[in-house]
Design a protein around this ligand. Sequence first.
Ligand code: SF4
Length: 336
Amino acid sequence: MTAVTAAKRPRVMSGMRPTGRLHIGHYFGVLTQWARYCRTADAYFEIADLHAYTTGFSDPQAIRDARNEMVIDWLAAGVDPGSSTFFLQSGIPEISELQVLLGMIAPVSWLERVPTYKGQIEALGQEIATYGFLGYPLLQLCDIAIFRGEEVPVGRDQAAHLEFGREVVRRFNYLYGGGEQILVEPKTMILEEAAEVPGTDGRKMSKSYNNAILLADDEATTTEKVRSMVTDPKKIRRNDPGNPEVCSVFALWKLVEPQHVAPVDRDCRSGVLGCVQDKGDLAEALNAYLKPIRERRALYAADTAQVERIIAEGTQRAREVARQTMINVRRAMRLL
Ligand code: SF4
């Protein structure tokens, strides 16, 4: 991407915590959109390893191991590092410096009222109630503000983090900007509700529920997982009429092969189609869909030096932007 083209495109910033291998829920929900941003935006994709420490601080090796695997999944899914910037959060110390400085003006009460704070502590326990975890939305703001990110695609549950971030930026500019916008107020871009991808047990696909079909799974494992998927519980025998709307297999058809949805819907309801047959067909279609992704995955997995290089080069590019922002911030705060 030339600098001229990049300048015309909105700067979009997004990231993921390296906490394990990615699954087809990540693929359909996030990575397909990222691949699109590579063509339409000046996109920055963050390997959010510092964020991973907020809940995974007791297992640093797991975070280190997950880092390359996650990036291999991004690459396999078609996110193009040639027309975007992949960077490592901990490789840009300016992000942490900005967090310290913005921490001076971010009221604790603002952080405490971010809804996910209490919710996550209730879900994960008091062990994670650290200073770092409370500051999670501030660190998230720094990721964005350091690159002067204009648009931030987030799910609805993250919108409150961004609102907090905007308030902190306004406060910073008011206190130190002297009428200038030193930091850019990030705009929230609520992701159009990506179709929720059900896991094999019918709940939302998630590593923690152990119901995920991974991008790294081979064909046999995928077929096995599809065979174990829950379907309409009222369709017991092959010829019983079923209700596809309550069936996870049907939900995957919508993503994998939309042209197949109408016949499955018809034949399930009439009882012509049995679940064993339908699962076999879906496994075949899903494996065909994932084939090029798996082939790319295998190529990158065999060349970790290339993956490391992509991360290092992106981090270096991103750091140049971060350095410039910090010069402006330090100057505004009379720290030069
Ligand atoms: S026939 Fe297919 S869509 Fe209908 S319940 Fe069985 S698996 Fe689901």
